[in-house]
Design a binder for this molecule. Structure first.
Ligand SMILES: Cc1cc2nc3c(=O)[nH]c(=O)nc-3n(C[C@H](O)[C@H](O)[C@H](O)COP(=O)(O)OP(=O)(O)OC[C@H]3O[C@@H](n4cnc5c(N)ncnc54)[C@H](O)[C@@H]3O)c2cc1C
Length: 468
């Protein structure tokens, strides 16, 4: 059976073929770029390449540590060459984990080690995807998940990784206690009662305080969720978004530039029996949007009309399963991303402005813009401190230019009162960042106390914290 989305891909390819045959090739040649150059797998000193998921951050660490337990980690850190940087799954877009000193992976420190009531004691290298079945075996689950589940627990909390839902905080909002090992090999345990200043600083700490080895994570009952995905006019989505955030456990939408459409996704608790989702067509969907760009990028009007014909009337998709199986999906198409977290009152107006400027200035963009809501928490460097936030995230295919994030988009998101996602691209540093966080100086004070020699700081963090 040909699904509607498959039909769209085939349709776009077919229409594209006709246009190519009639002289549209110049548009395709201009917009479809070659593979970006690959850095050497091994450098002149025999050091192996480290690269982030999207490929834009690279480094050649002099030393790599992959300890099997905390004692081995502590011993290794004492003599490690700086800068010492922890890496989880390498899914951050910024240079947070990059180092030519020592790269520390906690892949060997993974799994659920204990339970205290409904609180799970989890090793920090555990991947979110592995945590799902481990918690489900006890009838428990993480309350929420991001778009993907490849991240490590420590990597996710260190950058304030989040999902969507007005009643649901980012992952670090469910951290009740954590253990870290400092660059000097000292073990520090903290929670709201023990070393509370370290706890407040460490829940979102960009790997700048020490290596997090264990967290206590609040869990929730492992419920089945019903997912619904549908496409409708963008203006209709804008008008209904606030009500949908209130009505659904999880709600988000993707504004699709140059189409006048938005894709909406809800998740709600249900006792209905499991219903398998149709095979994911996300990569085919993106391929179709790229083909529309390549073929009709010369006219916003034609691009929009063809998109309407191909996508309009797409039937909603429904799936039912346990939340840990549904909330995250795969992202097979690589991209670069900027995401800002805005006060809810400015979120949708800023989104409209972002979409308008993309449609006016950047016909090469084809990725949808992701729009979510996140509940507040009180970690010092949490972008969700002081109240809930609404996020707006723009993406560029990994082969495409993303400089426009900084030139065109970031000023809009900053004017709207946004704080950047710590793991995604942004240009803020020092005082400008500090002005967004009332406890910025306190954070830097705790950082200095735990790492007085600055061994955890790579050039990116030195710039970010203005410590040069
Ligand atoms: C395809 C894709 C989808 C994404 N979807 C979402 C999403 O839906 N929501 C969202 O909020 N974000 C999302 N992100 C961003 C991602 O969740 C964050 O960048 C996250 O930090 C990545 O986790 P990681 O394990 O790869 O950590 P890394 O990127 O490897 O590291 C991130 C930070 O954590 C630190 N760190 C890692 N391990 C430790 C440790 N043991 N102790 C101390 N510090 C440590 C590192 O030093 C670094 O500062 C997405 C990214 C990609 C590529």
């Amino acid at each position: 059976m040909v699904t509607r989305r498959k039909a769209m891909v085939l349709g776009a390819a077919g229409v594209g073929g006709v246009v190519l045959a009639t002289g549209g090739a110049a548009v395709v040649a201009n917009l479809d770029k070659p593979e970006p150059p690959s850095p050497a797998a091994v450098n002149g000193q025999g050091r192996m390449l480290w690269r982030n998921w999207s490929g834009i951050q690279t480094a050649y660490p002099a030393q790599r540590l992959a300890p099997g337990d905390e004692a081995e980690l502590a011993a290794g850190l004492k003599t490690a060459v700086g800068p010492i940087r922890a890496v989880g799954a390498g899914h951050s877009f910024t240079a947070l984990a990059a180092t030519n000193g020592t790269l520390v992976s906690l892949d060997g420190l993974a799994g659920v080690v204990d339970w205290e009531g409904d609180t799970a004691v989890v090793r920090a290298g555990t991947r979110l995807g592995a945590l799902g079945p481990a918690l489900a075996a006890k009838g428990r689950a993480m309350a929420n998940l991001p778009d993907i589940n490849k991240q490590s627990v420590a990597g996710a909390i260190s950058t304030a990784t989040h999902g969507t839902g007005i009643g649901l905080p980012a992952i670090h909002g469910d951290v009740m206690a954590l253990t870290l090992v400092t660059a000097d090999g000292e073990t520090v345990e903290c929670d709201a009662g023990r070393r509370p200043e370290v706890f407040d600083a460490a829940r979102v700490s960009l790997g700048a305080l020490g290596i997090i080895t264990q967290v206590k994570l609040r869990t929730t009952a492992n419920r089945r969720l019903r997912r619904r995905v549908w496409i409708e006019p963008f203006e209709e989505t804008l008008g209904k978004a606030e009500d949908r955030w209130k009505a659904h456990r999880n709600y988000e939408f993707y504004a699709i530039p140059f189409t006048g459409l938005a894709a909406n996704i809800t998740h709600d608790e249900t006792d209905e029996p499991a219903l398998a989702p149709p095979p994911s067509q996300d990569d085919a969907f993106l391929e179709a949007l790229k083909m529309l760009r390549n073929t009709f990028g010369w006219s916003n009007g034609v691009r929009r009309s063809v998109a309407g014909l191909l996508l309009g009337g797409t039937e909603p998709e429904t799936a039912v399963d346990e939340g840990w199986k549904l909330l995250s999906t795969e992202r097979p198409v690589r991209f670069n991303e900027m995401e800002y977290h805005l006060p809810p009152e400015t979120q949708l107006a800023a989104l409209k402005e972002v979409q308008a400027v993309i449609e006016k200035e950047r016909r090469d963009v084809f990725f949808p813009i992701e729009v979510r809501r996140i509940a507040a928490d009180d970690a010092w460097l949490s972008p969700f401190g002081g109240g809930p936030r609404g996020s707006v995230a723009i993406h560029a295919w990994y082969k495409d230019d993303y400089a426009f994030f900084f030139e065109l988009i970031e000023p809009i998101l900053q004017r709207a009162g946004g704080r950047p996602h710590w793991g995604k691209l942004h240009s803020l540093k020092g005082q400008r960042l500090g002005a967004l966080y009332p406890r910025w100086k306190d954070f830097l004070e705790v950082r200095r106390a735990l790492d007085p020699k600055g061994r955890m700081l790579n050039p990116y963090l030195t710039g970010l914290f203005d410590l040069a």
